[in-house]
Design a protein around this ligand. Sequence first.
Ligand SMILES: [Zn+2]
Length: 313
Amino acid sequence: MTGIASPAPGACGWERWQVTPEAALDVFRARGRAARPLAVLTGGIHGDEYEGPTAILEICRRLATIPLAGSVVAIPVVNPAAFQAGTRTSPVDGLNLARTFPGKEAGSLTERLAYHLFAGVASQADLLIDLHSGGVEYVFLPVAGFYGPASPANPSFAAAQRMGLRHLWALPPTAGVLSCECWKRGIVSVGAEYLGAGQLSEAGVRDYVWGVLACLAHARILDDDVGPLPHQTAFTGDWQLAETDGIFRACTEIGQPVERGARLAEIMDLRGEVRQTFQAPAPGVVLGLRSKAFLRAGGWAVLLGQPVEESDA
Ligand SMILES: [Zn+2]
């Protein structure tokens, strides 16, 4: 593990990192003219998400041919057991790796994996980009997530803008999320989401590749500058939760603008009775929806984003 976050001069290629006795990761490391700035790229923290891993593989192919100013450590599949199983959480201990950082040195497999990833790699980063999607159970409007105020003076927001997606999301500061734990420690952090429903979106791969390379240029890790950004809108908001088990039926689609009070979705029981309805508490845009129809109480149902004005703060 020692030194995995600091590629040697001239390093550029893949290595096998035996993180724990049970878990080995394929890690791409490239060092340019200087060890820093260091970007850490992660995908596959949830094992049922495919845009992040696929985009990172393409990014690594490209980085191998481009002179770098700084360094990159990229791990396309951070959670191999969950990836093999095609599940959001670990099939070994049932834990959600995206709620487990900074981990525990003497915990379960997921906790130890989180510990070594965090201590050995992520906490060393100047820039952390964690690529997600909705996996099997959810579908997200493509969003680049940031922490802190929606201000270009906020490095997390400025980096999220560089991802080039049209929608930005003020991420709830959820403990245990890799990007959040990095942000709390002063690392410039972005967490992105792109569709889901168990599929691999080729548009998502293309957009993630473009966006990550643009972020690396913005961080002065790549020399190349990037093209113009689209018009972007930033949103706040968090998931509305199911209060009952049942069949989730959406009444809207991701990306759809809705008025206050609009019916967004409902949960129906197995006698056909509607047990819960989800409404828009304010005007907004649907950023995320449950995609797997059977939903249990406590699960994510609908994510409505409310636009926020960019500030100068
Ligand atoms: Zn995820």
